[in-house]
Design a protein around this ligand. Structure first.
Ligand code: FE
Length: 204
């Protein structure tokens, strides 16, 4: 449930004023009818979600990756990554059965160009959601400088142009000055236990 700023302030005032004037919270909080709320959630038909920026494919894509949501194996070294999110259309409606085609480098910055390591395709569920288990990619040299850690993604949804993009990790010192990074593709992330958690919603 969304609460508008005005609605929140009104509710907070109603809660605090009796306490300030009488020094007690004993009075019940007055009921605020929904009609008093000046703004409600934006109707879906008017909602606009900006399309996700595209980004270069790079030289290491291979089509035909196996269908799986866990890209990492027990043999792979590196910090584990849990990446979740939703695929939406530009009206902010979830897209089920969208395909995500993912590939990224290992912890040392190398791609598996012979096999299918750290590559996979998966399908969004009925609510447009996906959940991927992998590892935090390493950086690799591109000419004279390292590219920031990134995850390559292609998103395919029926009736829409294919999106090719990359996701980056907030705080990566190599983001600054990288010629390909787009700000909107930088993910917030947090560590829980031994796993790095990040989320990203694709809009196509
Ligand atoms: Fe790459």
């Amino acid at each position: 449930m969304q609460i508008s700023r005005r609605g929140f302030l009104f509710g907070a005032s109603a809660l605090l004023l009796p306490a300030l004037t009488r020094g007690t919270f004993a009075e019940p909080t007055p009921h605020v009818p929904d009609d008093d709320c000046p703004t409600g959630p934006m109707p879906t038909k008017d909602a606009v979600c900006p399309a996700t920026a595209d980004n270069i494919e790079g030289p290491f894509y291979k089509s035909g990756a196996p269908s799986r949501a866990t890209l990492v194996t027990d043999r792979d070294r590196g910090e584990r990554l849990a990446l979740v999110g939703t695929v939406l259309d530009t009206r902010c409606r979830p897209i089920k059965n969208a395909t995500l085609d993912i590939w990224h480098a290992d912890a040392r910055g190398g791609y598996d160009n012979d096999g299918w390591g750290l590559r996979g395709t998966l399908i969004t569920d009925a609510k447009g959601r996906f959940s991927i288990r992998s590892l935090v990619p390493g950086r690799y040299l591109n000419g004279q400088r390292y590219r920031p850690a990134h995850i390559h993604v292609k998103v395919r949804a029926p009736g829409r142009a294919e999106l090719t993009t990359q996701l980056y990790f907030d705080g990566d010192p190599y983001i600054e000055g990288d010629p390909f990074v787009v700000r909107s593709l930088i993910m917030a992330h947090r560590r829980e236990g031994s796993t790095r958690h990040a989320s990203f919603d694709f809009v196509v």
